[in-house]
Design a binder for this molecule. Structure first.
Ligand code: ADP
Ligand code: MG
Length: 752
């Protein structure tokens, strides 16, 4: 295949290529036009160090450069146009920040103004583009002062462009730093053109045609997607797609190239996840919980104060089935705030206890862990189940030791805690079930440590136990609904249960938007609700960067409320308070002693005050959708009508406006999650970062390419059915490619 070839870099050093170091692994410094300085910039700014990196640095858009316009044709609703002509003269106008440079440009018939605003560039522009020479000017037509113009146009000497052959011109993202070093999209374009001349000497069409159109150029690896698959899904070959993503000859070619690349990215993610899930299915056994016994039944028939919703029953059945199957359960439990997940978790734990095992519940914060403890103890009343709490706040030998001791001997049936339960000092007698609440706040590494926590009684020290020796069943609960496509990707190896029904008697929360300048009617509303004996939350954002100002906002708000409601009792809670003080204030609100709770987001997760009927969120524009939804879930827990009031400043960006509108329009957590994903993109979503999955996503977008995610998943499942032993020669390049992509496979295979 690839013959050994020699490239010479800027320093005259030879880079000898063999099959071991194929062309694509060549350091970028060997690309003509890229010297050591530029290579440094490319590396630090775009992480491009090899030919391959550059090949996979796809343009973010293309502009049609097949057509020239006349000035008289231009209108301001055109996106980008190019005109051919010459500069007649330059002129500077305005002063100070309004100073601008204007070039009067003619196509031989009419005149248009080209405008620049950065005074420091004026000299350079006039030197670079001289009057009387033929140029192609490219930009977006605009009207300014009643005259047609193009601001900050791209200008090329007319003889440097071969317009007929250019087709769609690629535009590459560049950074500010790159621009300072003189590298812009055009430079990137030069680099990729040079690269493509190396990859396809004589042009792409010629190189592929001479090998009957199917073979890849020697420099590229073979297409790892099997041909049968490509035919079924009408995917173009790898080399073609890589070429066309940069230099398509028409829009259709770009569309097909994009489709193939997106599919490929999503497909290999799904193939990896599903292969792992199947391996685990085959190789990992789970504790068998044979029966449902006294603990569960006593609780269900005697202690449970209400009947379960159908959704809760279904989910418990699904888990009972998992835990009795002999396989390890790995389940994601999704359900909106208040849908009764915690109760389901408790009942699942009782099944574990019925079978002689311990259970453990991990919460993301101490407050939430404490609340779980209270909830559990209240539910279990005098049942002989020992529930203990282990958090960082549980200090001192006298408090800690008995808990650790009881956990080791098995006397503690349920251990609730934060990360603290993962410490090496915590050893279980027989840990059969782990429930992870609000899982997106737990990193993968933390979850992975759970695997080592089981079966302490077999005498091995925890750390040396192999990962796949009977691990506990794992239930992951998430209150922030995750859009389906993201769930398929982040938790694609988990089975999913959904509680899609709220306990009966809940009225949908009414959500309204108020401007912060108009608070009288808000205060009237608060007064009315409190008059009915209800309680009110007033929440302020608190972020670290602006902590001082945020706390000031809260203090001011608190004082104003005290002024407006001199007759009411008001609690104030924020993260800067000492824990004991915080608890005491919280307690005053929980017990009904105070009617209003002014707080920062510390209340976001957990607190359960069914008598509270109003959630006022101040500076709501600063919260994300998921957070707003979480906060809103704190009310509407009783049977009466509840309200969520979003208070914002007057000047809202369009996106914020949409966020507020969505909150007012729907209480459906899944709908909100979808919208959140659309707004923010999956990269931003809490948890994706720490999820540890090294997604190789260049252009696929889990939010926008939902259908493709599904297609990729179905296809991956089909391939695994077809070739379970991964031995079909036809698929060999595909499996090899997957292995290459998953070099860090071991890390993420530890995800629960
Ligand atoms: P989640 O954890 O999903 O946010 P919780 O388990 O905290 O929800 O339940 C919210 C509230 O609803 C709790 O007060 C809980 O006791 C109550 N609840 C749970 N299931 C039911 C049910 N089937 N009927 C009535 N109330 C329920
Ligand atoms: Mg909960």
């Amino acid at each position: 295949m690839a013959e050994a070839a020699v490239l010479r870099n800027f320093a005259g050093e030879n880079h000898i290529m063999t099959t071991v170091s194929p062309l694509l692994d060549t350091p970028i410094t060997y690309l003509p036009g890229v010297g050591p300085q530029r290579a440094k910039v490319l590396e630090t700014e775009l992480r491009i160090t090899t030919f391959r990196d550059l090949l996979y640095y796809f343009p973010y858009k293309h502009i049609d450069r097949t057509r020239l316009y006349y000035i008289h044709e231009l209108t301001t609703d055109m996106p980008f146009v190019q005109i051919r002509g010459e500069i007649l003269s330059y002129e500077e106008e305005g002063r100070g920040r309004k100073r601008r440079l204007i070039a009067h440009f003619t196509d031989g018939h009419d005149i248009i103004d080209l405008i620049w605003f950065h005074a420091t560039t004026f000299k350079w522009i006039q030197k670079s583009y001289v009057a009387g020479k033929a140029y192609i000017v490219f930009g977006r037509p605009n009207v300014f002062g009643g005259r047609l113009n193009i601001a900050h146009p791209d200008i090329d000497p007319a003889d440097s462009l071969q317009l007929g052959t250019m087709g769609l011109q690629p535009y590459y993202n560049t950074t500010e730093r790159m621009k300072k070093s003189g590298l812009n999209s055009r430079s990137m374009e030069r680099f990729t053109r040079t690269l493509f001349e190396k990859l396809w000497p004589g042009g792409f069409a010629a190189s592929t045609a001479n090998a009957a159109g199917t073979a890849q150029p020697a420099a590229l690896c073979d297409d790892y997607l099997p041909e049968t698959l490509r035919r079924q899904l009408t995917l173009i070959p790898l080399a073609q797609s890589l070429h066309d993503l940069h230099y398509p000859d028409k829009a259709e070619a770009l569309r097909r190239a994009t489709y193939r690349q997106k599919f490929e990215e999503l497909f290999f993610i799904q193939l990896g996840i599903l292969r792992f899930a199947r391996q685990r299915q085959q190789q990992v056994s789970g504790y068998v919980f044979h029966h449902v016994g006294d603990y569960f039944n006593t609780f269900y028939h005697r202690y449970l104060p209400f009947s379960l919703t159908e959704a809760q029953k279904r989910v418990i059945r699904e888990m009972r089935h998992d835990m009795g199957s002999g396989k390890q359960m790995n389940r994601l439990l999704q359900g909106d705030v208040g849908s009764g997940k915690t109760l389901v978790a408790l009942m699942t734990m009782l099944i574990a206890i019925d079978n002689g095992y311990q259970a453990c519940l991990m919460a993301p914060t101490e407050i939430l862990a404490e609340q779980h403890l209270d909830t559990f103890r209240a539910f279990l009343k005098d049942m002989p189940v020992r529930v203990e709490l282990l958090t960082g706040a549980v200090k001192g030998k006298r408090r800690r030791d008995p808990i650790l001791q009881g956990t080791r001997t098995g006397e503690v049936n349920i251990l609730i805690g934060t990360h603290a339960v993962l410490e090496d000092t915590v050893e279980f007698h027989r840990l059969g079930l782990v429930v992870i609440d609000e899982q997106h706040r737990f990193g993968v590494a933390q979850r992975a440590r759970l695997w080592k926590k089981s079966a302490a009684s077999d005498g091995h020290p925890a750390a040396s136990r192999p990962l796949f020796e009977t691990p506990p069943h794992v239930l992951v609960m998430t209150a922030t609904p995750i859009p389906r496509t993201l769930a398929m990707t982040l938790y694609g190896d988990l089975d999913v249960s959904v509680i899609d029904e709220l306990p009966p008697g809940r009225k949908p929360i009414e959500t309204r938007h108020f401007w912060q300048e108009r608070t009288e009617s808000l205060y009237r509303g608060i007064r009315t609700e409190i008059g009915k004996g209800r309680q009110v939350y007033v929440v302020y954002p608190l972020i670290q960067e602006s902590e001082k100002m945020d706390l000031q906002d809260l203090e001011n708000g608190y004082e104003e409320l005290c002024r407006v409601f001199p007759d009411l009792r008001i609690s104030k809670v924020h993260g800067k308070m000492r824990s004991a003080e915080k608890d005491a204030e919280m307690e005053r609100f929980v017990s009904g002693e105070t009617q209003i709770l002014v707080a920062t987001t510390v209340i976001e997760v957990g607190v359960n005050v069914p008598n509270a009927s109003v959630m006022v969120i101040m500076n709501a524009e600063r919260f994300g959708l998921a957070q707003l939804h979480q906060l809103r879930g704190r009310v509407g827990r009783g049977a009466d009508q509840s309200y969520c009031i979003l208070v914002t400043k007057y000047n809202l960006s369009q996106e914020t406006r949409q966020r507020i509108d969505i909150m007012c329009d729907t209480t459906d957590g899944f709908e909100i999650a979808e919208a959140d994903l659309r707004f923010r993109g999956p990269g931003d979503l809490e948890g994706t970062q720490q999820s540890g999955m090294a997604f190789n996503l260049h252009i696929a977008n889990i939010a926008r390419d939902g259908q493709l995610v599904q297609l990729a998943r179905d296809t991956a499942n089909r391939i695994l059915d077809e070739d379970p032993a991964q031995s079909k020669p036809e698929y060999a390049p595909m499996w090899a490619h997957l292995r290459e992509l998953n070099q860090n496979e071991f890390d993420w295979s530890n995800i629960s």
